[in-house]
Design a protein. Structure first.
Length: 417
């Protein structure tokens, strides 16, 4: 592999890994906020324990996601300085907003939510988790605005050898970004729903004493996952209308259409290979669609089964199926991300900057070292995250530390407000 291919592989592996953390964070934040809302209004102790249990899993995943996001920033600066020098004045604006939202607003309010248990008024505490959830959505939105510009450049002007932002409204209203944001948000809800349903099914299969908690959690997870599959496929269908000509040709696989696109691009940009890897694009797209059908069928069947309380408690084959379904939404999202990103090659900014021109001036040896280092770090982070999540999920609500009553000391208590 040459230097460009090594850099692309590094970005694909690290960005894909980070994407998995983001998807679960968005899904679990929504579920935790919804469950705490019901607990706050109803005063139901079961829903309060549900909030603490799923909230602890959310915090574990969020913390590891922040670490992978920081590593991603280093990678962008080290390997893709040509991109930031050429187009950073445009898509860097939305990235800066995302950084402010994620690392200041979201993290601050999450910290208040974590340490505000039994200290803040319950309504103030509920407001905190909703701020965290909405800022998580906002963070994802601004990331997709940046990615949408790379897919469909708008709102810019060429100023010498660099791009300059001229229309921030056009950047925000970019259909390639807005449609993709709805698609990603729907996918994240599927991830969160199947995760909650799968973990709940694991405990129900083991005849846990907390059967009421996990019965309710399973119903909530399935109740979110099924409509989310239809939201996701709707935005996915709309997204096909915004496909670049080369990606659409690669998806269709027709030799004549591919040749026509190549001829058009050659006439516009000069000699070169302007076709994405059709095999990869088709495989990723077909995988995404097949797994969507699987998730929709399982979620639809589960919706019927969960109407019967004895079935929810005792149907072990169904419990096994839901537990095995936990990784399926993650694989589906990776397939969709691969379809979206590989389909715009060889462009990093479609029609303006090729991937080879966006590279930093590094040697193949330096890139191999960087690839090894980044992939090793991410492998450790993914392994640690899986171990922590699995351990906390297996232990159940009885081992949750989040929301425990503070130990009384000689120091005066902090008043609620």
């Amino acid at each position: 592999m040459d230097t460009v291919d090594l850099a692309r592989l590094q970005f694909a592996l690290t960005a894909g890994a980070h994407f998995l953390f983001v998807a679960l964070t968005l899904g679990l934040a929504t579920l935790v906020a919804a469950v705490q809302t019901w607990a706050t209004f109803s005063g139901n102790p079961v829903h309060l324990r549900m909030t603490r249990f799923w909230g602890q899993l959310y915090i574990i995943n969020y913390a590891m996601g922040i670490v992978t996001g920081l590593v991603m920033e280093f990678q962008l600066g080290l390997s893709w300085s040509g991109l930031t020098e050429y187009a950073g004045n445009v898509f860097g604006a939305s990235l800066a907003i995302e950084t402010l939202v994620a690392f200041f607003v979201e993290s601050t309010f999450l910290g208040l939510w974590i340490f505000g248990w039994n200290r803040l008024n319950r309504w103030a505490h509920l407001a905190l988790i909703w701020v965290v959830t909405l800022t998580a959505y906002a963070s994802a939105f601004w990331i997709m605005i940046s990615n949408g510009f790379l897919q469909n450049p708008v709102g810019y002007a060429l100023d010498g050898d660099t791009l300059r932002l001229t229309d921030f409204g056009a950047l925000v209203a970019n259909p390639a970004a807005l449609v993709a944001f709805g698609h990603v948000l729907g996918g994240a809800m599927i991830v969160g729903g199947f995760f909650m349903a799968g973990v709940s099914a694991y405990h129900l299969r083991r005849r846990t004493a907390e059967h009421d908690l996990f019965r309710k959690s399973l119903r909530i997870g399935v109740g979110l996952a099924l409509p989310a599959t239809f939201v996701t496929v709707t935005f996915g269908g709309l997204g096909f209308a915004t496909l670049q000509p080369s990606k659409a040709a690669a998806w269709s696989g027709g030799a004549e259409r591919l040749a026509a696109v190549q001829a058009e691009m050659t006439a516009a940009y000069g000699p070169g290979d302007y076709l994405p890897p059709a095999g990869w694009v088709q495989t990723a797209g077909i995988t995404m669609m097949i797994l969507w059908v699987v998730m929709t069928v399982v979620a639809g069947l589960s919706l019927l089964l969960m109407l019967f309380r004895p079935v929810v408690r005792r149907f072990r084959a169904w419990h096994w199926l839901l537990t095995l379904m936990i990784p399926v939404p993650f694989v589906t999202m990776l397939a969709g991300w691969t379809f979206r990103e590989l389909g715009r090659q060889p462009w990093v900014v479609y029609g303006l900057l090729r991937t080879s021109e966006a590279m930093s001036p590094v040697t193949a040896g330096q890139m191999r070292l960087s690839l090894t280092a980044f992939v090793s770090v991410f492998a450790v982070l993914i392994g640690v995250n899986y171990w922590l999540l699995a351990r906390a999920a297996r232990r159940g609500p009885g081992a949750v530390a989040l929301g425990d009553s503070p130990v009384e000391t000689a120091a005066p208590a902090v008043p609620a407000f």
